[in-house]
Unconditional design. Structure first.
Length: 212
């Protein structure tokens, strides 16, 4: 299965590059209730999904590696923990390392996702807000898609609202599927949600956007 998926991913990357679709990115934030919501969303993405997916899920350091490994078993795309500086590639999912913040940076001309020490100015880690801001620094907002899932508080709502204001697309998980309708509700309240969808419908929407 792993070999077949690797071949499919390689084919997907080549096709995405040929279509010019690989220059998009998806950034996802989640907190309480997030592991199940992420499993629903990420397992719904097809093997030929052309964009990298960067995930900040509030979680302690001891759990994110196992969480990434579990997702890797149920997703068509390869899932890895961003436990060190890793150049991003199309069609791969990166789970931010717990006990750190996850940032996107330019390293030797390559976009790289990497862990950074927790920023004390932010309450939750990995910080969705910081990840969203770093994506805005390195991607054209019009090629950026942001998804804010279930969680308590407001982490990520400002950065994701800015993504929408600057031409990007955003999705807030709907109240009917969110375990805690805090983070997505804040995105909606601030006018930062392009769409409000249940967790079960988000993967199909991402796939539709990526195929255009």
């Amino acid at each position: 299965m792993r070999e077949e998926r690797a071949k499919a991913a390689a084919t997907s990357s080549a096709l995405a590059a040929a279509k010019g679709a690989s220059d998009g990115v998806v950034v996802v934030g989640a907190s309480t209730g997030g592991p199940r919501a992420l499993e629903i969303v990420l397992s719904g993405l097809p093997a030929d999904f052309p964009w990298p997916v960067l995930v900040a899920q509030h979680m302690p350091a001891a759990f994110t590696r196992a969480f990434a490994d579990r997702l890797d078993q149920c997703c068509a795309l390869s899932v890895v923990e961003a436990g060190s500086a890793v150049p991003i590639v199309p069609g791969r999912i990166y789970i931010g390392k717990g006990g750190a913040d996850t940032l996107l940076a330019n390293r030797a001309g390559r976009l790289t996702v990497l862990p950074a020490p927790e920023n004390a100015q932010f309450l939750w880690h990995p910080s969705v807000e910081l990840l969203g801001r770093s994506v805005l620094q390195h991607y054209d907002p019009s090629k950026t898609t942001a998804v804010l899932l279930t969680g308590m508080g407001h982490d990520g709502s400002d950065a994701f609202t800015e993504i929408k204001k600057r031409g990007g697309r955003t999705i807030a998980e709907s109240e009917d599927s969110a375990v805690v309708y805090g983070m997505p509700a804040e995105l909606v309240r601030k006018g930062g949600a392009s769409l409000v969808l249940s967790a079960e419908k988000i993967a199909a929407q991402l796939t539709a956007w990526a195929s255009r």
